[in-house]
Write a protein that binds this ligand. Structure first.
Ligand SMILES: Nc1ncnc2c1ncn2[C@@H]1O[C@H](COP(=O)(O)OP(=O)(O)OP(=O)(O)O)[C@@H](O)[C@H]1O
Ligand SMILES: [Mg+2]
Length: 463
């Protein structure tokens, strides 16, 4: 069964039960108070007849009372103490007889209700005793035919039925309207997810509300966008990889073909084999880096953090890298203004810094100066690597951490990395719960800044 039909039925049944119970309760209360009211007024009328009789008990008064009652929808029967009828406004039928036969003992002066059953009896009735100073004693019975009361209640029931029917009708209309409004976004979400599962990510879900349904709709939309982005990225990634592989493989194949020629001198053959070796090395390196990235994606690589003194740590790397810089006619400087501790995996963190230094070296002209700067800002340790190189155009800046992205699209061997270095750096920094940011100006230089939380181990507290 469809969800909204189920929901609607539940609503309907619940409200129907609540409505029936409250209507029954209301109906009973109304009927009960109506009958009470009738009995009360019968008793009051009986009492006032009694007062008149006690003032003057004679034939005229008796007759007058009976005549008055014969004109109304109530009846009066006056009896003496032993129950003989003295006067009555109507014939004494079996219903009246049944009431007169009831025993009345210790009757209070204001009388009492004799018969309150309006369903099964012919009359409801009250009785009031009279006793004047001349010794005239007896009872005034007041009666009202239940036919009248039943007819009135019948009319009341009709009104109740109309009310119930109207309420049910409006209830149905409201439920149908509510369900339409409530389930419309759910149905479009269901269709959207169905579309997603078939691989079609072109989903647009309007977010109309700020509630949970709106949130869900937003989440599905985000999921669809992410999936579509991932699909696009994967395709581009595969295209770039195959491109990256095709170039060295073309070289390898080409030079292998030439190398097989019998007429080749040993020297020439050696030359071609060297090229083949270099290109294979290139492919090997690419696969190595891709494998590294894949491991990161699978969360298969582990970071083994330990407390490290930034000063010593960066100095060691600096010593290693300085020679490489010098050998290529560059300068590397280190500024570390303090001694702080951070929690890092030394092997991975060295990889991060070396990668950034490699870029600084690769994308700077000769004789330029690269500076490593370590400082503290609030509780953060900032490690920045600033070069005086060619800089990165501002339109490329947002993408440089993307896999296989390179500013120089020509992929020439000379400027040639794979565009994987920075994406590996970013993943590694994030695995250390740090962040990396970049500032760059074309022609002036680039500065990468890594931000890490300072760690306070026992050692640093003693300082
Ligand atoms: N310090 C820098 N100065 C100028 N451009 C830079 C610098 N660092 C990175 N870039 C630009 O960002 C691109 C991406 O850098 P990334 O390190 O990811 O790749 P790569 O150095 O080309 O290759 P790989 O590091 O995989 O060998 C580079 O191709 C380069 O265009
Ligand atoms: Mg690089």
């Amino acid at each position: 069964m469809k969800f909204y039909i189920k929901l609607g039925l539940w609503f309907f049944v619940c409200i129907l039960i609540i409505e029936s119970v409250s209507m029954l309760f209301l109906h009973n209360t109304v009927v009960q108070s109506l009958v009470d009211e009738e009995l009360h007024s019968l008793q009051a009328r009986g009492n006032s007849h009694r007062d008149v009789l006690e003032m003057s008990f004679n034939y005229e008064t008796l007759h007058h009372i009976a005549m008055m009652e014969s004109q109304t929808d109530t009846e009066v029967v006056i009896t003496n103490l032993s129950g003989d009828v003295v006067e009555a406004s109507n014939e004494i039928d079996t219903g009246i007889q049944f009431i007169l036969q009831q025993e009345v003992l210790n009757l209070p002066r204001d009388g009492q209700v004799l018969q309150a059953d309006w369903k099964d009896q012919k009359y409801i009735a009250t009785v009031s005793p009279f006793d004047d100073s001349q010794g005239n004693q007896g009872y005034v019975y007041m009666l009202k035919s239940n036919n009248l009361i039943q007819a009135f209640i019948g009319k009341l029931n009709d009104h109740f039925l109309v009310a119930v029917a109207l309420i049910l009708f409006f209830l149905l209309v409201t439920i149908i309207f509510l369900l339409k409004v409530l389930t419309r976004p759910l149905i479009s979400m269901k269709e959207a997810t169905k579309k997603l599962s078939t691989g079609d990510f072109s989903v647009t879900l309007p977010v109309k509300s700020n509630d949970e349904i709106g949130e869900l709709s937003k989440s599905i939309q985000t999921l669809a966008n992410d999936l579509s982005y991932l699909k696009k990225e994967r395709n581009e990634f595969l295209a770039s990889i195959s491109h990256e592989l095709r170039t060295p493989l073309t070289y390898i194949k080409g030079y292998a073909d030439i190398g097989r020629r019998k007429t080749l001198s040993e020297e020439e053959r050696m030359h071609y084999l060297t090229i083949i070796h270099e290109e294979s090395e290139h492919v090997h390196q690419l696969l190595q880096e891709l494998f590294e990235l894949a491991k990161m994606d699978e969360n298969m690589f582990t970071i083994q953090k330990q407390s490290v003194r930034v000063n010593d740590f960066v100095s060691t790397i600096y010593d290693k890298a300085r020679h490489v810089f010098l050998a290529q006619g560059h300068q590397l400087e280190l500024y570390c203004r303090g001694d702080w501790t951070v929690e890092v995996d030394p092997r991975r963190f060295e990889q991060i810094i070396l990668n950034l230094l490699d870029n600084a070296l690769k994308y700077s002209a000769e004789h330029s100066v690269t500076k490593i700067n370590v400082e503290k800002q609030n509780d953060d340790i900032l490690i920045s690597i600033k070069d005086e190189g060619q800089g990165i155009p501002s339109e490329d800046l947002p993408y440089i951490f993307t896999r296989l992205y390179r500013v120089d699209k020509s992929r020439s061997r000379l400027t040639g990395g794979f565009g994987l270095g920075l994406s590996i750096v970013k993943e590694l920094v994030e695995a250390h719960n740090g962040t990396i940011s970049v500032e760059s100006q074309l022609g002036t230089g680039t500065c990468f800044t890594i931000r890490l939380k300072e760690s306070f181990d026992e050692d640093s507290f003693t300082h």
